[in-house]
Ligand binder design. Structure first.
Ligand SMILES: Cc1cc2nc3c(=O)[nH]c(=O)nc-3n(C[C@H](O)[C@H](O)[C@H](O)COP(=O)(O)O)c2cc1C
Length: 238
């Protein structure tokens, strides 16, 4: 019903504008041409079999696709709040843009977030703190069949490739791991001498193999590993 009405309206208007062009002024040909183009589009929409929206709502259905195309922009400019976007909200992005351009990068104290909303997470001091454990909580990696099971701390340094950090950062994290009794993951950037300097436990990330661990390299490097790599809680970095 709707499609017939739309097509009928287009036919009537096209005929009307053609008549006006013939009888009154050649300027009406512009309107007539637009209407005729829309009429052809409408006929095409009704005949095609890929999009039911266009088949049911010829010509008008295209509005839906056009709006869908600018949906992300509408969402970002008109709907999204400053703290909504993921993985980085607008506030964070603006701060990064400003600092990258060397303009104001400072943030005033205070937050725009609703710290009282349900689900807002924060840390508070305990009024009755428990005694700090002498050893961090651990979980065993490897069962009875494993020659060198590893008692891994529950909190460790997550994988960050060397190239994303620096020698100093890698050293500092490894020293922290050595002092705290937890492990540092090398990330995809390979195992460097900086990872070995302080003797902190290591998780050697061999996948994805993009940066430094093509299968051949991994095998040959492993043979060359110094014994210092075999840490007290051996198994993590072999
Ligand atoms: C600078 C940087 C480098 C990273 N490099 C790696 C990497 O090489 N391999 C990997 O598996 N994950 C890498 N990650 C991901 C982290 O290991 C971790 O999964 C991610 O940051 C999420 O943890 P978070 O919420 O504590 O930051 C990297 C993260 C950062 C911030």
């Amino acid at each position: 019903m709707v499609r017939r009405t739309i097509l009928a309206a287009l036919v009537v208007l096209s005929v009307l504008f053609v008549l006006l062009a013939v009888l009154l002024s050649a300027w009406w040909w512009i309107a007539a041409a637009i209407l005729l183009a829309l009429l052809l589009l409408g006929i095409w929409d009704v005949l095609q079999r890929h999009h039911s929206v266009l088949r049911n709502y010829p010509v008008l259905g295209h509005l839906r696709y056009m709006l869908e195309k600018i949906r992300p922009e509408m969402q970002q400019y008109f709907i999204e709040r400053n703290v909504d976007g993921r993985p980085f909200d607008r506030d964070t992005r603006s701060l990064i843009y400003e600092r990258a351009k060397g303009i104001a990068g400072e943030k005033a104290f205070g937050t725009e977030r609703d710290v009282n909303e349900i689900g807002y997470e924060y840390l508070i001091h305990s009024t009755t703190p428990i005694r700090q454990p002498s050893e961090p909580a651990r979980v065993r990696i490897g069962n009875d069949q494993c020659a060198h099971p590893y008692e891994m701390a529950m909190l460790n340094v997550s994988a960050m490739s060397f190239g994303a950090l620096s020698a100093n950062a890698v050293c500092a994290m490894n020293k922290g791991a050595a002092i705290g009794g937890f492990a540092q993951d090398t990330g995809e950037g390979g195992l460097t001498k900086y990872h070995l300097e302080h003797g902190g436990d290591l998780v050697w990330e061999i996948g994805s193999g993009y940066s430094a661990h093509a299968p051949k390299t991994a095998a040959s490097t492993r043979r060359c590993l110094p014994t210092s790599l075999r840490t007290t809680r051996s198994g993590a970095c072999r």
